[in-house]
Design a protein around this ligand. Structure first.
Ligand SMILES: NC(=O)c1ccc[n+]([C@@H]2O[C@H](COP(=O)([O-])OP(=O)(O)OC[C@H]3O[C@@H](n4cnc5c(N)ncnc54)[C@H](O)[C@@H]3O)[C@@H](O)[C@H]2O)c1
Length: 375
C-alpha cells in the first residue's frame, strides 16, 4: 500500500504528513512516498523524510492506495490512484464540487476531516480542533504585535501602563486558545458566544463572559452554534457594541458550520474604538465577523485596522503540520485492518467523514448541490 504526500498548492505552507509520522505508517504496512519539496515551506526538507524511511518521488500519487493532503486533491490526480484508493484532506465539500465529482467518477473513496464527528473517540483525528488551536494562538500574537501598546500592565519608573483590553468573539476552540494566549500576555479579556455552554469555559480561563439571555438564542446541534434570527442579531449587537467600544483589540473567531460566518461587529462599532486599536478577523475565510473585513486585506477606518487573515493556521506551518499530521496518520491507520485498507461504514467516524465512495456521493448536502448544479 503506497501512501502519497503531494506538495500543496502555492498558497499553502502546511504539509499533510511530517517526517515523524512516517515510521508508524510504515509499521502499519504503508510505503510512504512524498513529492519533492512537499514539506519545505513547513520546515521539513526531503532528506528528513528519507531519513525516516519515506521514498521521495516526482508523482507519488501514481498507483497509490492512499493520498493525503491539507487542501482538497488537485484536479487530474485521483484518476492515477490505484483502484479503490482513498483520498483524505481537510476541505469543505460544498465548495469543492468539482473535486467530489472527480472522486466519484474515478471511484475514489474521498474523506474530508472537516466532517469528522466531534466525539471523544475521534479527538486524536480532530483536525478542525488542532488547526483552530494554531489559529487562536497565532491570531492573538498578530494582534499583540500590531497593537501600538503593551498587552500586560507594567509599573515602571517611567510610569504605569494599564493592561490592554481584548475582546474575543466566538469561544470555540480558536476563541478559547485566543483567550488563554491573551491572558498569558497579561491582557484583560472579555469574550462572547451564542452558546451558553461557553460561559464556564471562558470564565475558567480568567475572562469575563458577555451573554445573551439563553432563552433568546436559537440553539444549534452537535455542540455547534446556529444562525440567529434578525431580532437576536439586533440584541446581540446591542450587547456587543459597548464591549467593542472599550476594547483595544477584537479577535473574531465566530463560525457556523457550512454557512457564512456571522457578521456581529458593524462598521459603526469599529469606528467607536480608540485610534490604534486592532481587529484581527480569524473568520475572514468564511466571510468574516465584521462588516469591514476583506480576506487578505487590512482595512483602516477611523484609525482602527481590521485585518482579514487568510488561512490562519498556514501562517504557523511547522506546528500546524505536526498536529495535522498526527490527525491524518491516526485517521488513516484506523482504516487499516490486518495490513489491508478496510474502511468500515458501520463506524460513525468513517461514515460521517466519507464524502464519496464506490462512485456514489454519500454526503447528502453535497449530493444535493451536485444534483442542483446538474439540473
Ligand atoms: N471532541 C470534542 O468533544 C470536541 C472537540 C472540539 C470542539 N468541540 C465542540 O464543538 C463545538 C464547536 O467548536 P468549534 O471551535 O469548531 O466552533 P466553530 O469554529 O464552528 O465556531 C466558533 C465559535 O463561534 C461561535 N459562534 C457562532 N455564531 C456566533 C455568533 N453569531 N456570535 C458569537 N459566537 C458565535 C460558536 O458557538 C463557536 O463557539 C464547541 O461546542 C466545542 O466545544 C468538541
Amino acid at each position: 500500500m503506497r501512501l502519497a504526500v503531494p506538495k500543496e498548492p502555492q498558497n499553502e505552507r502546511r504539509v499533510a504528513l511530517v517526517p515523524a509520522s512516517v515510521p508508524p505508517l510504515v509499521k502499519a504496512g504503508f510505503e510512504v512516498a512524498v513529492e519533492p519539496g512537499c514539506g519545505e515551506a513547513a520546515g521539513f526538507p526531503d532528506d528528513l523524510y528519507a531519513d525516516q524511511g519515506a521514498v521521495v518521488a516526482a508523482e507519488p500519487w501514481a498507483g497509490a492506495s492512499v493520498m493525503v493532503g491539507v487542501r482538497a486533491p488537485l484536479p487530474g490526480r485521483m484518476g492515477s490512484l490505484a483502484p479503490g484508493a482513498l483520498a483524505v484532506s481537510l476541505f469543505s465539500p460544498a465548495s469543492e464540487l468539482a473535486v467530489v465529482k472527480e472522486a466519484a467518477e474515478a471511484g475514489v473513496t474521498l474523506f474530508s476531516l472537516e466532517l469528522l464527528p466531534r466525539i471523544t473517540r475521534a479527538q486524536s483525528m480532530d483536525a478542525l480542533s488542532s488547526q483552530a488551536t494554531v489559529t487562536g494562538y497565532w491570531g492573538t500574537l498578530l494582534a499583540a504585535t500590531r497593537l501600538p501598546r503593551f498587552f500586560p500592565m507594567l509599573m515602571t519608573a517611567a510610569g504605569t501602563i494599564p493592561p490592554a483590553k481584548v475582546f474575543v468573539l466566538g469561544a470555540g476552540v480558536a476563541g478559547l486558545q485566543a483567550i488563554a494566549t491573551a491572558r498569558r500576555l497579561g491582557a484583560v479579556v472579555t469574550a462572547h458566544d451564542v452558546r451558553p455552554a461557553a460561559k464556564g469555559e471562558v470564565e475558567s480561563l480568567g475572562a469575563r463572559f458577555v451573554e445573551l439571555p439563553p432563552t433568546e438564542v436559537v440553539q444549534g446541534q452537535g455542540g455547534y452554534a446556529a444562525e440567529q434570527p434578525a431580532d437576536v442579531q439586533r440584541r446581540q449587537r446591542d450587547v456587543v457594541a459597548p464591549v467593542v467600544a472599550e476594547s483595544d483589540v477584537v479577535i473574531a473567531t465566530a463560525a457556523i458550520p457550512g454557512r457564512r460566518s456571522p457578521v456581529v461587529v458593524t462598521s459603526e462599532m469599529v469606528r467607536s474604538m480608540k485610534r490604534g486599536s486592532v481587529v484581527v478577523d480569524l473568520a475572514a475565510d468564511g466571510g468574516g465577523n465584521t462588516e469591514l473585513t476583506r480576506v487578505g486585506k487590512e482595512v483602516r477606518d477611523g484609525g482602527v485596522v481590521v485585518i482579514g487573515v487568510p488561512n490562519p493556521p498556514g501562517a504557523m506551518p511547522m506546528h500546524a503540520s505536526q498536529l495535522y499530521s498526527r490527525n491524518i496518520a491516526t485517521f488513516v491507520s484506523a482504516l487499516v485492518d490486518d495490513g489491508a485498507l478496510a474502511p468500515d461504514l458501520d463506524d460513525e467516524i468513517v461514515a460521517g467523514t466519507c464524502v464519496a465512495m464506490g462512485g456514489q456521493v454519500r454526503h447528502a448536502p453535497t449530493r444535493e448541490r451536485l444534483d442542483q448544479a446538474a439540473s
